[in-house]
Design a protein around this ligand. Sequence first.
Ligand SMILES: Cc1cc2nc3c(=O)[nH]c(=O)nc-3n(C[C@H](O)[C@H](O)[C@H](O)COP(=O)(O)O)c2cc1C
Length: 413
Amino acid sequence: MKRLTNKHIVLGVTGSIAAYKSADLVRKLVAAGAEVRVIMTPSATEFITPLTMQAVSGNPVHQALLDEEAEAGMGHIQLARWADLVLIAPASADSLSRLVHGRGDTLLGAVCLAASSPLAVAPAMNQAMWKDPATQENVATLKERGLHVLGPAEGEQACGDTGPGRMLEPDDLAREVETLFDTGTLAGVKVMVTAGPTQEAIDPVRFISNRSSGKMGYALAEAAAEAGAEVLLISGPTSLQTPDRVQRVDVRSAEQMYDAVHSDVEGYNIFIGAAAVADYRPIEAKASKIKKDSDTMSLEMGKTEDILASVSALKHRPYMVGFAAETDELEANARKKLEAKRLDIVAANQVGEDAEGKPLGFESDENTLTVFWQGGSEAFPYMSKSQLARALIELIASRYRNEHNIIRPESFG
Ligand SMILES: Cc1cc2nc3c(=O)[nH]c(=O)nc-3n(C[C@H](O)[C@H](O)[C@H](O)COP(=O)(O)O)c2cc1C
C-alpha cells in the first residue's frame, strides 16, 4: 500500500506564480495514494484554471464560501471534517498574513479555522517579500502555533531575482507530506493488531462468519505504524490492502487466529484486539459438502477460545486494548468487558445507525467510538475510520506511556 493511501488532503492554492506547479503536486499526491480536494482563492484562478485542478484531482474545485450544494450550505465545515491534512501550496505572503489573523472571509480561511487536522503551508514568493519582517513574523507565529512550514527553497525566481522564497518542488513537497503523518509517539514499541472477521467451516464450501470488514483494525495498524511502532497485523479474510510498513499474517478461523496470536505475542508491548472473532464454531466441519436432502438441518456449535482473555491472562501481558461492538447499553457492556477480560482500554462501538440515520460500526467507512478505561472515558465524534484510528492510537500511546512512566520525547511535540 502507498504511503498516502486513505489520506484526505485539502489543497489550498493561492495567488502566486508557483500555482502552475500545484497541478503537478496534486498528481504526485494522488500517485502516493491520497485523495485530494482543491480549494482555490480568487487570485489563484488568475494563475491556473479550476478546470486543470479538477482534471488532475478528479474532484470538483471549491471556490465559494457559500456552497448551496453542501448539506446546510456549510461546505467549509464538511471539507474541514473530511481533511486529514490541509496543505496550502503555494502559500502567498498575503495568505500567510490572513492565516495569522484567523480570517474566515474566504473558503480557504474558514476551512483552516474549522479543521482539526494538521495544517501545512508551502510559502512561495519573491525573495524580498519572504525576507520582509512582516512575513518573517507571520511565519514565526504560524510555526509557534504548530503549523508545518515546508520550505521555501532558494534559487532563481520568476521575477529574475535570486534568493529564498521559491516553492519547494512538487516531488519534495509530496515527500514532506508523507512524513507529516509520522508522529513517532510509539517509536520503539511493538504492537500486535487483530482485524477482520473469522470464518468457521461448516463443510468444504460453507462457513459461518460476520459482517466485520476489517477496516477499523487495518486503520489502527496503519496509524500505529505511522506512530513509529513495529506492527504485526493478524487478519481474518478481508479484501483490504496491507498498510505500508505493517507485517501481516493471514488466518481464516478463530482457532487459527488464536494460534497465530499466541505463537508471536511474547515481546509485544501493546495488543489491540479489533477482530470480530466468532464466539462459536460448528463442532464438526463435514469433510464433504452437505447435501440438500432434508427440510431442516441443525448444527452443533461449540465455544471458541477467547483470544483477548487468553492474552490478558499471560504472565507478561501486553498493554491490552479491546473492542466492544454493542447494539445497546454501550457503557455498561463496555465496562463489563473491561473488567471481565482485564483490559486496559476498551473502545466501544455502537452498531447500527446513529440518531441521524448514519450507518455505524461494521461495513461503514465512518464511525464514532467511546473509549473507556478504569476511572475515565473519552468520546470520539463521527469521523472516518482512519481519522478515528489515528485519534485512538494517540490516546493509547499517551496512556501506555503514562502507565510505563515513559517520558514523551520533546521532538514529538
Ligand atoms: C503576476 C503576479 C505574481 C504574483 N506572485 C506572487 C507570489 O509568487 N507570491 C506572493 O506571495 N504573491 C504574489 N503575488 C501577489 C498576490 O497575488 C496577491 O498578494 C494576492 O492578494 C494573493 O491572494 P491570495 O493569497 O488570496 O491568493 C503576485 C501577483 C501578481 C500580479
